[in-house]
Design a binder for this molecule. Sequence first.
Ligand SMILES: Nc1ncnc2c1ncn2[C@@H]1O[C@H](COP(=O)(O)OP(=O)(O)O)[C@@H](O)[C@H]1O
Ligand SMILES: [Mg+2]
Length: 393
Amino acid sequence: MTGSPSIHINTRIRENAQSLAGALEQHLLKSFAPDARKQLRLFSAGEAAELLGISPSFLRKLHFEERLPDVHTTAGGRRHYSAADVQVIRDVLEDGAKTRGTYRKGRRDGDKVQVLAFLNFKGGSGKTTSAIHAAQRFALKGYRVLAVDIDPQASLTSLFGFQPEFDFLQSGSIYDAIRYEDPLPFSQIIQRTYFNGLDLAPGGLILQEFEHETPQALRHNIQPPFYARMAAALQEVEADYDIIIFDCPPQLGYLTMSALCASTGVMITVVPNMLDVASMSQFLQMSADLLDVVSEAGARMEFDFLRFLINRYEPADGPQQQVVAFLRQLFGREVMTSPMLKSTAISDAGLTQQTVYEVERTAFHRATYDRAVDSLNAVNDEIETLLQMAWGR
Ligand SMILES: Nc1ncnc2c1ncn2[C@@H]1O[C@H](COP(=O)(O)OP(=O)(O)O)[C@@H](O)[C@H]1O
Ligand SMILES: [Mg+2]
């Protein structure tokens, strides 16, 4: 036979993998030099006031009355606030407030920690994007937040400036806290981030091991069983947080089930087109079947809420509007009132491993940026209301 010589596919793939790994390492070394750790930008007075829930003029008045510590001020006299500054001001406001919890809205004695899972077995439905924006928004609003990356692809971990393919390859990921053999205390795998009040439990490829090891562990009746391991591991640290957020992998494996059994609220992200809705229908059916099995086995299955979060919404798209109307008719108030708009600000920020809350407004067309921020704030503030309701407020 003539034609091109045959190739050994496994050899070729290995060669490709090696050259890609080498190139990636070079790229990462360049873009993340040791001194180039991620840092959070400063916020304008308008942004700080919005995060504090006060008017910009009231914020100015507080400075004028010298009730606040100095913040970074430009030559032109404009004030800029770090996330830590915002938190200090929040404490000043709270200490002077008549009713407790006016400005510091986290949990109080007797409130249980709120644990939110962002879920769907469709990749690209916006689990990671919505999870990280929620985590950052809550941290900026003064809640103590822990983000837990249980996706072996670890994209949430990358968004925090870590390199999961190098940093947590052998150890340091959430796998260490839930594995069957000699699990580590949860506190040992927690990473502080450059976001004030936001910690990370990193993910990584090694999380796949949990899927492989669970059948064996079940046969040997290792305790606690897979569905209770995440909740058990979290117990050690949950007093330190108001809100814990899981970014789930795009599959309904043991990891996802374990996270679900530790959760108090579930957000199912859905892109409003018929193919995605059809795949979500299968997902819901499978989830229900699996949850039946684990709850018969003794798993706790009580949630404060479940919501569908519409993502990549384009208000001018007729067919999308029909799908959204269909979902609202079907699920009623379980569909979030605010959708996440499809926005180039969200996808472009993602290209440089950033969120819309991190990028500078000047990096985008102003209207594009504002539209994205408004949409994300509306979604996250609606989730915040659900959390507050779960705390009975
Ligand atoms: N509302 C949106 N508008 C534009 N791009 C989005 C939006 N939501 C997500 N994306 C982009 O789509 C891709 C997949 O989103 P991601 O959150 O990683 O999905 P998942 O975690 O469900 O796999 C990312 O590149 C992200 O930046
Ligand atoms: Mg993801």
